[in-house]
Design a protein around this ligand. Structure first.
Ligand SMILES: Nc1ncnc2c1ncn2[C@@H]1O[C@H](COP(=O)(O)OP(=O)(O)OP(=O)(O)O)[C@@H](O)[C@H]1O
Ligand SMILES: Nc1ncnc2c1ncn2[C@@H]1O[C@H](COP(=O)(O)OP(=O)(O)OP(=O)(O)O)[C@@H](O)[C@H]1O
Ligand SMILES: [Mg+2]
Ligand SMILES: [Mg+2]
Lengths: 226, 226
């Protein structure tokens, strides 16, 4: 369902060219459970942004469900993003003036859901990440790990079939990060496709396949031994 | 040198009161190397902000080098912060329109250092965290782990004697986080006091003492067995 061929993303900085991605090839089937690892700066977030249709490559192709994403117009791309894909950002990207509940409800506004239903569905998503007692707090009234969990809840609230989580447990203690991984395990068991960037081997060991990037290319792509 | 007695920090949210810190007692001597751990929301960042003189408690006392910090006026407090304390924020807090180099040089502006010297000292700090080739990038042109390392470099550039690092390796792969810990080890060997919030046991094991918080109070305070 995800087919990436020779994907490149370059940035020109003055006389220098930075190859954030330098020819990535990847096939990801429906209902896969994959960890994306690699050193800081190796291109993981860049790849995630491309997979999430938040950015466009410099060259190469990305087919999502047999559609060449580069041939799709902006409105249709926005629709794919909102309906199909849930994205947890490495830097959370919460809106500072909205409460946790309003932040999580935002994707449901785009989905055209009525106010009562979306606040109820957002509340349920927040409870599923252990933040039932923090719904009215704004992001600056939350701890780092609580903001991270609001970002996770927001990515899941629209019940997307593809979940792209960029370091979803980086700010969490062991117990809380295992609770978040239990949540992802359940979503995987329900048939969804889960791609998690992590630098923690314990977290990666809970998935079924580990893809390692180095300097913008795939260095290894192996199933997890259970 | 750090003496905290019955420190409390409360937030009133409508009818509810949240006890972010609920009576913390702690003594930290010069040249200690301490890890602060605990579940998400247990009060670690709140305590770090109080120790870093970035916030004031609701009640209790904080003596830094025998000075009662609550009795100090704002100018003197700012001076203590800029000269004595290096702070790595959990959410980095970099200025988006400045390059990595300019961000790291900022504490030296407050220290009254001339432009040439501060850019040189900032460049050295960035090289020490492996970002010698990213100095002109702005924060949105850096990976998550690179931004984190800029935040570390900025905390160290003024050569403070107390380093407060709130999750300095949360976005880093193993190899890069060990390089950052080597840096902290060296600073400790030079006589400085290092307090690191971490949720990773491997990182905590590299320090000499682990303080665990739970629900805003100290649950345990133990030396590390080496
Ligand atoms: N401005 C605020 N208003 C209300 N509650 C707050 C505010 N700031 C923090 N809190 C609450 O205080 C508690 C402690 O927050 P703190 O940021 O110190 O936790 P932490 O231990 O650093 O957590 P994490 O590991 O997730 O970063 C949290 O439950 C948080 O929701
Ligand atoms: N807008 C940009 N302009 C120039 N270089 C960029 C830009 N965005 C990212 N880069 C560079 O591209 C490389 C890959 O960045 P990316 O964010 O994908 O890394 P990452 O693997 O997610 O790292 P981390 O683990 O630290 O989050 C980095 O070296 C970064 O400096
Ligand atoms: Mg990243
Ligand atoms: Mg914190």
């Amino acid at each position: 369902m995800i087919e990436v061929r020779d994907l490149k993303k370059l940035y020109r900085m003055g006389t220098e060219t930075i190859y954030a991605l330098n020819g990535v090839n990847l096939n990801i089937a429906r209902n896969e459970y994959l960890a994306l690892m690699g050193p800081s700066g190796s291109g993981k977030s860049t790849l995630m942004n491309l997979l999430g249709c938040l950015d466009t490559p410099t060259s190469g192709t990305y087919h999502l469900n047999h559609i060449d994403v580069s041939q799709v117009d902006d409105d249709e791309l926005a629709e794919i993003r909102n309906k199909e894909i849930g994205f947890v950002f490495q830097t959370f990207n919460l809106l500072p003036r909205l409460s946790a509940l309003e932040n999580v409800a935002l994707p449901l506004v785009y989905a055209g859901m009525g106010r009562h239903d979306r606040l109820e569905q957002a509340a349920e998503a927040l409870r599923s990440v252990g933040l039932g007692d923090r719904m009215d707090h704004r992001p600056n009234e939350l701890s780092g790990g609580q903001r991270q969990r609001v970002a996770v809840a927001r990515a899941l609230v629209n019940r997307p079939s593809i979940i792209l989580a960029d370091e979803p447990t980086g700010n969490l203690d062991s117990k809380t990060s295992y609770e978040i991984m239990d949540l992802f395990d359940n979503l995987h068991a329900q048939g969804n496709t889960i791609i998690i960037v992590t630098h923690e081997p314990d977290i990666a060991q809970r998935t079924l396949r580990i893809v390692k990037l180095i300097d913008g290319v795939v260095e290894s792509d192996e199933p997890v031994n259970h």
